[in-house]
Design a protein around this ligand. Sequence first.
Ligand code: FES
Length: 133
Amino acid sequence: MSVQFEVNGKPVAVDVEPRLTLADCLRHHLRLTGTHVGCEHGVCGACTVLVDGAAVRSCLMLAVQAENAKVITIEGLSLKDSLTPLQASFRKHHALQCGFCTPGMIITAHALLSEEPDCNADRVREVLSPTCR
Ligand code: FES
């Protein structure tokens, strides 16, 4: 099947098997390997991307479901030559851990702060808690 959507501000069209996940489409068809795949069943959050502004586990979404959507991956959140304030804060506070799930954590935190810029630490813990412990 052919599916068309936007990734990090660029239109893409890919031919995929109907059962291909968005995570595998991003990684293997579009070479956006910043999206990591861990548990493959929606628990760890490593594969989280933004789909039309919402944080979505891309291992639980089929690529064909992204038709006409705007997808942002960790590559799309980055600035050209410097860390974003959120990335810099992760670095400053040693929040990277092993680094495998960091892209998903940053995407999840970005979505939270976009929706709830004044959220408190308990809310941040609540939202990030399913993401890599
Ligand atoms: S790989 Fe998608 S939630 Fe773990």
